[in-house]
Each structure stands twice: as C-alpha cells, then as structure tokens.
Design a binder for this molecule. Structure first.
Ligand code: ZN
Ligand code: ZN
Length: 88
C-alpha cells in the first residue's frame, strides 16, 4: 500500500515540475512581446508611453476617440503625457 502511495506522489510532483517549467518558458517569451495594459493581450506591437503604459493596436483604434484629438499624438491614460503616433 505505501508503495502505491509513493508512486502517486511522484507522478504528481513530476506534473507540477513540468507545469512550472512551462510557466517559466511563457514568462521568458512574454519579455519579447509587449503586454497591452488595456486588454492584457501579448501583442507584437504596442504603442508605449515612457511611463511603461502599453496599448495594442486593437485597443488604440477602439479608444482613439478618447485618447487623441488630432491623430498625431495620443494621451497616456496613466500619466497624461502625450505620445506621438509616428516612429519616435
Ligand atoms: Zn489591447
Ligand atoms: Zn504614461
């Protein structure tokens, strides 16, 4: 009986180790892409403020009416700083 219990415990531990390894890999991958602060999606491209706020293209287009008044600059909802749409 104790032998069987040991086997089950080992199997559980192995699964947990695999899960944490997977989580570590995902965490590393997340560093390459930017995470949208609006919808939480990892996007290849995000508009980014110098304060660290990032917003993906989808959210930017959805919120464009509230974040820009001229289409040239957008205002960060976090710090209120203005950022340019073009390549800075
Ligand atoms: Zn988004
Ligand atoms: Zn900002």
């Amino acid at each position: 009986m104790p032998e069987n219990a040991d086997h089950m415990a080992t199997g559980k531990a192995a699964k947990t180790a695999a899960d944490s390894a997977k989580a570590r890999r995902e965490k590393r991958k997340r560093k390459r892409v930017k995470t949208c602060h609006c919808c939480g999606t990892d996007a290849m491209f995000c508009w980014q403020c110098r304060c660290g706020f990032a917003i993906c293209q989808d959210c930017m287009y959805d919120n464009q009416w509230g974040m820009t008044c001229n289409g040239i600059t957008w205002y960060c909802p976090d710090c209120g700083d203005s950022n340019g749409y073009g390549n800075q």
